[in-house]
Design a protein around this ligand. Structure first.
Ligand code: SF4
Length: 350
């Protein structure tokens, strides 16, 4: 934590008044507290969308179908293993499970799946088991407290539940776009239970809907407060902060995409504001080649994804020329190295 940390008012002024050069310079100063200036890391990963059936009905989502609607699916364990084997063959080792709020799939379905993945692949593959949003839904459906549900997942071999599904963490945004998903309070309480269980988590954010600047700043403030509380209480808390951009195609809400420049500026502002989170990650999935310029605006890490049906349905483009992609940050002067997902310290002996 820095004595010179900025507040929401300063962040607002920076966003409205600072030049790109100024934002970049300030973000690079914060980045240098955690990383060598010319160093960046990456992972090759696959998002496995295990079901597209969902009752949450977020208006910005082009992926889901309602229960009993045509086109709904649930992947079998065999399907999941085939996807993981393909990822391994491409040199990746990180799987992120992400799907809909499917009322036909109980918590046991997930525990069986994750235990099977851990048993088959051991530490050759790490996986982000769920997002906090899915976790809230499953705990609720199982009539379990967040702590009890977290313990069930941890005991099934889960190490990570990521902060996905947070989009914009304000009650106003939730009511406007995702009123059946969770409240901000539920989300943060669930994430805290995940941290306390010994599993690790991350923070995410999505920009480019109709959120106001104040809502973006509230999201950053809530993230920083959450991490302050974790560190104060002796937990590692958030491993990273990943921001990506909304893809509007095929969604009920519609809209248009934010420009790369707006994305880079937001990454810089996030890096400056989140002075207690080690990694800031840039989104190749939604910004493609433009994502790498965000390294100059404070990001230090990125994924090379080989699949994500959720964003692809809304217009995201996946590029499997991984060497070609890696040449871009290298041409910007970065030494780029592969980062393996870490086993959380609290679960080291399990
Ligand atoms: S974003 Fe996730 S929770 Fe919302 S409708 Fe789509 S699949 Fe369901």
């Amino acid at each position: 934590m820095s004595a010179a940390r900025i507040g929401v008012d300063e962040a607002r002024s920076l966003w409205l008044e600072a030049s790109d050069d100024e934002l970049r310079r300030l973000a690079q100063t914060t980045r240098a507290r955690f990383h060598e200036p010319d160093e960046a890391t990456y992972m090759v990963m696959r998002i496995v969308n295990y079901t597209n059936v969902c009752v949450a009905q977020c208006d910005y989502c082009a992926f889901y179908v309602l229960p009993n609607q045509e086109g709904g699916y649930v992947l079998s364990q065999k399907d999941v293993f085939a996807k993981i084997d393909e990822l391994l063959a491409l040199g990746g080792d990180l799987v992120a499970f992400n799907g809909g709020f499917n009322p036909k799939l109980p918590l046991d379905f997930y525990c069986d799946l994750f235990a099977a993945v851990r048993s088959r692949y051991g530490d050759r593959v790490e996986f982000y088991a769920l997002t906090v949003a899915e976790f809230v839904y499953l705990a609720d459906r199982a009539n379990l407290s967040h702590a009890e549900a977290a313990a069930r997942l941890r005991d099934a071999g889960v190490h990570w539940v990521t902060g996905g599904g947070s989009e914009i963490l304000t009650e106003g945004f939730r009511k406007r776009h995702a009123k059946f998903k969770y409240t901000v309070r539920e989300y943060l309480e669930a994430q805290r239970a995940i941290v306390e269980s010994g599993m690790r988590t991350t923070a995410t954010m999505v920009i480019g809907f109709d959120e106001s600047l104040d809502e973006r700043l509230e999201h950053l403030q809530r993230t920083r407060d959450f991490q302050d509380a974790c560190l104060r209480d002796g937990f590692d808390g958030l491993f990273s902060f990943l921001c990506w951009t909304y893809k509007p195609y095929g969604t009920a809400f519609g809209g248009r995409e934010v420009s790369p420049r707006e994305y880079w500026r937001h990454i810089a502002l996030s890096r400056i504001f989140l002075d207690n989170v080690r990694h800031v990650r840039t989104s190749v999935l939604t910004q493609n080649e433009e994502a790498f310029r965000a390294l100059e605006y404070g990001a230090d890490d990125f994924d090379l994804p080989i699949e994500d049906e959720v964003t692809q349905k809304a217009g995201a483009r996946i590029d499997l020329d991984l060497d070609g992609l890696l040449a871009i940050p290298r041409s910007l002067g970065y030494r780029v190295s592969y980062r393996r997902a870490e086993r959380p310290t609290a679960l080291a002996g399990l």
